[in-house]
Design a protein around this ligand. Structure first.
Ligand code: NZQ
Ligand code: ZN
Length: 391
């Protein structure tokens, strides 16, 4: 196991009606004037925003609203949010929604206290300072409620890139599984896929002897395989939604990723798809993961065979471990299809003729120099071959 530091100071309030305590938590974490940041309207339609406002009113906390975050959040609204926070003397940002609203809130929080352009953080500068952030999560997926990460799309060039820093870990996150019951089945499935991707990206490691994190990742993958279909069949299954919601947080606050190298090639390859086609991140991952895994499998066949046996119940073929490894990748693919995810470029709305463009931005855009690295280093030819496997 590698040396590591792990700092995860987010306070979690989990369960039914917990959003009614939002005002009290903002007070506890030092907020006086709040920017409430949200998406395209689901929190308005569900009545959640009104309950949150009532909770702030009860505590005498002032607030300003900024809605309109799009899935795959854009830089334009971040700049607007930074200006609004400065003008209104905001000292706390509350994101109400999914990963997109939370990531946009994180970008604003870092940008407000920085003299330069907030995009510097998405070009590699670590985030060391930010306004405090709280979140009320409405979709189990990105894990941003407990992560030090934010992903934003820069409109000029449509670069989708991530930034990181413990300063943008939320001070508190309110996780009420009942709030996810209004999700369309497709979005629920996208979330399940993203959570599984966060587990696989950590599972694909080059570090030896990482039994504890391997086993934690397997337990979470098994949970998703068990609970995922239950919520697709019955969207109001609170208990299944609760298990998925906590799995989504644990999958990505890095408790299961410490002490080991991680992959993230599937995420990088997918981000170009959601940047170009504006598809849901989880849907893009459903098409990307089986292709990437098939392409890199030979790098460590036993790693893929291990997850095939321990999670997917495949029979170990000791003479031909690649058969077991392949069966595990196929089982993942079939599972994702069974919950309603797309299986190829066509179903995702992606186009074969765009592959050169996707590869160029992926490998050369925004400061990269011809390769992306993770479990395996991939050059332009590799990435072209991987996108072709998705046709
Ligand atoms: O915008 P509204 O109207 O709220 O609708 C949203 C949106 O259309 C809807 N939705 C959310 N909760 C709902 C609901 N509809 C009905 N009922 C509810 N309870 O669902 C749609 C998707 O929302 P979004 O916030 O985009 O989903 P998600 O949480 O999957 O976030 C995706 C973004 O997170 C990034 C992705 O790249 C993508 O941009 N990621 C962020 C990460 C991080 N910060 O650590 C890691 C991830 O790997 C990921 O890359
Ligand atoms: Zn993801």
């Amino acid at each position: 196991m590698n040396n590591f530091t792990f700092y995860s100071p987010t306070f979690f309030s989990f369960g039914k009606d917990t959003e009614n305590e939002t005002g009290a938590y903002i007070k506890r974490f030092g907020g006086h004037k709040v920017l409430i940041h949200y998406g395209g309207g689901s929190v308005v339609r569900s009545g959640l925003l009104d309950r949150v406002k009532a909770s702030l009113d009860k505590e005498g906390i002032a607030y300003v609203l900024l809605g309109g975050v799009q899935p795959n959040p854009r830089s334009g609204l971040v700049y607007e949010g930074i200006e609004l926070c400065k003008k209104e003397d905001i000292d706390f940002i509350l994101a109400v929604g999914g990963g997109s609203s939370i990531d946009s809130a994180k970008a604003i929080a870092a940008g407000v206290v920085y003299d330069g352009d907030f995009w510097d953080f998405y070009c590699g500068k670590p985030i060391e300072n930010a306004l405090p952030i709280g979140t009320i999560l409405t979709i189990s997926a990105a894990g941003s409620e407990g992560s030090p990460d934010s992903v934003i799309t820069y409109e000029e060039g449509m670069y989708k890139r991530g930034a990181s820093g413990d300063a943008i870990r939320p001070k508190f996150s309110i996780l009420n599984p009942a709030l996810t019951q209004t999700l369309p089945a497709y979005q629920t499935a996208c979330g399940i896929t993203d959570i599984m991707a966060h587990l696989y990206e950590r599972y694909l490691t080059n570090t030896k002897e990482v039994e504890v994190t391997d086993r934690l990742l397997e337990a979470l993958l098994l949970t998703m395989v068990h609970e995922g279909p239950r919520v697709i069949v019955n969207p109001n299954d609170y208990e299944a939604r609760a298990n998925i919601m906590w799995a989504g947080m644990v999958a990505h606050n890095n408790a299961c990723g410490v002490g080991r190298s991680q992959d993230w090639n599937s995420h990088n390859i997918e981000h170009e798809l959601s940047a170009l086609y504006d598809c849901a991140h989880g849907a893009g991952l459903a098409v990307t993961m089986p292709a990437v895994f098939t392409y890199v499998m030979e790098h460590n066949v036993m790693r893929f065979a291990q997850v095939a046996v321990r999670v997917w119940g495949c029979q170990m073929d000791f003479e031909h471990p690649e058969v077991t490894a392949k069966a595990g990748i196929e089982a993942l693919r079939n599972f994702l299809i069974s919950i309603g995810m797309p299986k190829n470029f066509d179903e995702l709305g992606a186009k074969e003729e765009d592959i050169p463009k996707l590869v160029d931005v992926l490998c050369n855009g925004n400061g990269r120099t011809g390769t992306i690295s993770g479990f395996v280093e991939l050059n332009e030819e590799d990435c072209t071959n991987i996108y072709r496997l998705m046709l």
